[in-house]
Design a protein around this ligand. Structure first.
Ligand SMILES: [Zn+2]
Length: 133
């Protein structure tokens, strides 16, 4: 996450706080600050991925599906199609990272599986759908 992405999410959080202020009057049994914070988090969780998609930002890369490397160290390979082609620096597994899908390629360049981004998509949690390996 770079500074622009962080500031965008912070702006979403501030918008949620601003919306939560008048909503807090309708819930007198909870503290106002708690309702405002909840509205801020909800705004980030529900609208953050839409902002990411609109701005064309890529999510955090998944763990390598072959070696499971947690450091997510990839080399970017020049690629013509949508997304980024990444190569794991440890095991040389290649995958194509798109906005919400990571296509896992085999040694022959054919697709062997897909990883899908789970909600909330701005966090970068990936799951194999369907499971493979
Ligand atoms: Zn790997």
């Amino acid at each position: 996450m770079n500074l622009v992405q962080f500031l965008s999410l912070l702006g979403l959080f501030a918008a949620g706080l601003a919306i939560g202020c008048p909503l807090a009057r309708f819930v007198p049994f909870l503290p106002i600050a708690l309702i405002e914070l909840a509205c801020g988090f909800v705004a980030v969780l529900f609208f953050g991925s839409a902002v990411y998609r609109r701005c064309g930002w890529m999510p955090r890369a998944p763990r390598c599906p072959k070696c499971g490397s947690a450091d997510r160290a990839y080399s970017v390979i020049p690629h013509q199609a949508d997304g980024f082609m990444l190569e794991c620096q440890k095991c040389k597994q290649v995958l194509v990272l798109q906005s919400e899908v990571a296509v896992v390629l085999g040694d022959d360049g054919q697709e062997v599986g897909r990883l899908r981004l789970r909600w909330p998509k701005i966090v970068g949690w990936w799951t194999a759908n369907p499971p493979f390996k």
